[in-house]
Design a protein around this ligand. Sequence first.
Ligand code: ADP
Length: 498
Amino acid sequence: MAMTADRIHQTHPFLDGRPKRMLIDGKWVEAASGKTFDSINPATGEVLAQVAEGDAEDIRRAVAAARRAFDGSWSKWKPYERQQVLLKLADLVEQHIDDLTMLDTLDMGAPITRMRGGRRRAIGMLRYYAGMATSIHGETIENSLPGEIFSYTLKEPVGVVGAIIPWNGPLTAAIWKVGPALATGCTIVLKPAEEAPLTALRFAELALEAGVPEGVINVVPGYGETAGAALAAHMDVDKVAFTGSHLTGQKIIQASAGNLKRVSLELGGKSPDIVFADADMESTVSGAAMAVFSNSGQICSAGTRLFVERKVYEEFVGRVAEFGKKLKVGNGVDPEVQIGPLVSEQQLDRVTGYLDIGKREGARAMSGGERLKGAEYDRGYFVPPTVFADVRDDMKIAQEEIFGPVISAIPFTDLDEVIGRANATLFGLGSGVWTRDVSKAHRLAKGIRAGSVWVNCYQAMDPAVPFGGYKMSGYGRESGLQQLEEYLNVKAVWIKTA
Ligand code: ADP
């Protein structure tokens, strides 16, 4: 049962008991409707804060502010000046990183050790985008027309960006959208997820402190079907950058049709993680386990279809299950905890629903398999690391994204066979290969249809390396030089000189 905000234990400077407002045009304002919603700590069920609940009217105001800012003085800012503001923001994020990561932990449950582990990446992303701000350039291109006509390209910011983000890594998700927008000179309306809106709001406070002009960043918390849908459909939004489920991604594309706005989508997956008998077993057990159990499986590229070469299948899967049993599950504020709760009751229902389906389909739960019960767990949404053995390719738990700490372990015998089976999915986001044989590694790296292939590691991420999907895992890339292109238009200029 949720507690009221005034009863919250004061665990964080941002959680001062006051309702959290939204940021429009550089001002912190209530929703036009006056409505708020509760942001809940999934480890305890406590209300952390009441948050302004934006809907279509707030989106309208925020987009208008973003348009004014885009057309106004922001467009005159030099790359160096945008770089300076990004560097200042990076410094402020670094200065406040403990509070920001703790806010992530409180709002969505991930263990504080995980969030702190991501600090280098979060700050590094901002500094990478700062570098990019002064690296944008067009090209001169020789043409074959008669006479003297000079042709070149200009790279221009795409305009007003609507960014819709999920809850599974609030700080990095916000930086992943705001960073490229600032680097390229776009303006942005950011809609954080209703499950975890707080870090984006705190991050926006720091952006203002860093000197981001009013209207350049607007943050409108609210529900997907109202605020999110209004942003995706808005006729004056030039691009939507979306991260979330493939079903919502399809709705975003439909909503974008009105003005044919540009869309980039980072969606879900059912990523194959392939273990050969020749792999180093010790590191592969922990690597394959954490490819799924990290963040309680709430990672779009989690390696949830664990293909294991048949001759080591029983032993390997048993060891992964034992590894999972030893992980400490609990409230993520405890630095000893390795696995936090799921983000919400809805997510708990969804994941436990899949646990039931798996058992009904005939899979064998080698560890976990049920919601955790007991005083420490009852008020939160805890599911232990679960390993299902005897999974067949046609089972639901081998095909659908569960978004929980659930491994579906499947045996295989030969390399070509496993490539075909790994690719027999609607998705193509991540993938893993564990082997000491470099030729197998290369063949799989080429054969797997996915945006990332991790060999003898999983989930490595870096601001400079592109990340994104094949097939129904979406299109467009985040991080790397490719991401900047998503926020830029290319203009061809022709000048007749003679
Ligand atoms: P998840 O299942 O991971 O919560 P969603 O795709 O439902 O994934 O949510 C990701 C983000 O998309 C959230 O910010 C959510 O509010 C938003 N969202 C959900 N439905 C819609 C929609 N119809 N239009 C636009 N945004 C939406």
